[in-house]
Design a protein around this ligand. Structure first.
Ligand SMILES: Nc1ncnc2c1ncn2[C@@H]1O[C@H](COP(=O)(O)OP(=O)(O)OP(=O)(O)O)[C@@H](O)[C@H]1O
Ligand SMILES: [Mg+2]
Length: 451
């Protein structure tokens, strides 16, 4: 189809991997395609070329090129776009409007350049809600949250080419929704027909300068795995406490040991944090209730209703005692008031016969109670002993819960006398939000410390 374009012939020859990607990008079954792996594997080039050719060949269609940050999009992806246009000799066929971030084509087509970062001011991506597009390309999709992707998907319905909504994603290996939705099913052979993954590395891009490959050869550790080898199963740093596979395995797993019901609640009365309540049957997380910050009496109502509904005895409720007023503490006086910084719990040691040894205590070597519970969570989760039921709310927050669990990392590993985890501030910085779900899950472990 593109051969009919009045562009200079033979200016661009696709690599084998690009050809494969283009086959999927133009067929009638594929709706989403992930292209990528290592750095320099021609992700941006492929996406830009595709967008450009589509707009030129199909008048009055609307594309979108998105990236987490618009400044990065303009500084890098857009440069590749102009490079491609230059190679094709089609610069005169469009105008770039830097003010409203659009590329307007003479034939009435348009490409929107869009910032896909999850800003606290627009958590639901209302800014995307009003758009109608023909297709889109997300560059460095690993930096974009799942929500942007799912919302964008629903916006692809304008003047569709061959009636198929198409989305192209370019990314380096990332252990987030891309891994879950594309890489893992690809590896397991369970990718649905309308989704494709084309792995590629810089070595398969014959246009990459030799010096660039040498610079990739010099990388070490995770960077080498991800950026040189395009390895999606890279071991995140060795401080990670729950392997990524085990994190994924918890979701939808229904066979955790059940028993007593519990509630663990991370209470947020102010600030930007979420109020997160987890309802548990043994080690099965049955559901979560999530509220943006709320008033004390609202917290009370939610916890009461939840305890009644699931018949949870008040002594099996644990809540974050640090930020909670006396009013709430009164109601929850029989519940466990969790203080992060308090001393670890001295666990009673059981003899093998099952009898409690008289006054035989073991002293845990965790920095504090929260650390002790975090280690317990990591142990149980890594062993596949925790299940998370996929309710609607959990589905909604699944990506966020996963990334919070990935933040459970050891700290001060050289310290031989005590065990640490990285600080909440550090987690917040890595996540760009507070680890509210993780805190809720950590607190639940206070009932699992006796052994
Ligand atoms: N078919 C092609 N013809 C000519 N040059 C190409 C072709 N495909 C890719 N290239 C060149 O290969 C180089 C790397 O491509 P690109 O920037 O798209 O890679 P990338 O995977 O996006 O890299 P990064 O990881 O840095 O984002 C660029 O200089 C690009 O111009
Ligand atoms: Mg790129």
């Amino acid at each position: 189809m593109y051969l009919s374009l009045s562009i200079r012939p033979m200016q661009i020859t696709l690599t084998e991997k690009q050809t494969k990607a283009f086959d999927y990008l133009e067929d009638k079954t594929t709706k989403e395609i992930l292209f990528g792996g290592s750095a320099g594997s021609a992700k941006s080039f492929t996406g830009c070329l595709w967008q450009l050719l589509r707009r030129l060949a199909h008048p009055n269609t609307r594309g979108l090129i998105g990236r987490a940050k618009l400044t990065d999009l303009k500084n890098t992806t857009l440069m590749t776009f102009f490079e491609v246009a230059n190679m094709l000799g089609v610069n005169h066929k469009f105008k770039y409007n830097a003010q409203n971030n659009r590329i307007l084509f003479n034939n009435g087509s348009i490409i929107f350049l869009k910032d896909l970062f999850l800003y606290p001011s627009d958590p639901e991506f209302v800014s995307l809600g009003s758009m109608e597009i023909t297709d889109c390309f997300i560059d460095e999709a690993g930096d974009v949250c799942e929500k942007a992707y799912t919302i964008l998907r629903t916006r692809i319905r304008y003047n569709l080419i061959n009636g198929v909504p198409k989305m192209a994603l370019g990314a380096n290996p990332a252990q987030n929704w891309l891994y879950r939705e594309f890489y893992k099913p690809f590896k397991d052979g369970t990718l649905p027909n309308d989704r494709k993954f084309v792995p590629s590395t810089a070595r398969e891009n014959k246009y990459i300068p030799h010096e660039y490959l040498i610079s990739l050869d010099k990388l070490k550790g995770i960077d080498r795995e991800r950026l040189r080898n395009g390895n999606w199963d890279y071991e995140d740093d060795n401080t990670v406490m729950i392997p990524y596979d085990a994190i994924l395995g918890m979701f939808g797993f229904e066979y955790a040991e059940r028993g007593q019901k519990y509630i663990s609640a991370d209470i947020a009365l102010g600030g930007a944090d979420l109020f997160v309540v987890g309802v548990w049957d043994g080690l099965q997380l049955l559901d979560v209730i999530v509220l943006p910050k709320c008033e004390a009496d609202e917290v009370l109502t939610v916890l009461k209703d939840c305890a009644d509904k699931h018949q949870v005895p008040y002594r099996n409720i644990v809540f974050d005692g640090d930020g909670v007023g006396g009013y709430l503490r009164g109601f929850l006086r029989r519940s466990y008031k969790f203080n992060n910084g308090s001393s670890p719990i001295i666990a009673k040691k059981k003899q093998s016969a099952g009898y409690l040894m008289k006054k035989s205590f073991i002293t845990p070597d965790h920095a504090n109670l929260k650390t002790q519970c975090a280690y317990r969570l990591a142990d149980l989760a890594s062993n596949g002993e925790i299940g998370i039921t996929l309710t609607n709310t959990i589905r909604k927050y699944q990506d966020r819960i996963q990334s919070e669990l990935q933040q459970l990392k050891r700290d001060k590993v050289d310290n031989d006398s005590k065990l640490y985890i990285i600080s909440k501030e550090q987690m917040k910085e890595n996540l760009a939000h507070s680890p509210d779900f993780l805190d809720m899950m950590i607190m639940r472990m206070v009932f699992e410390l006796e052994y």
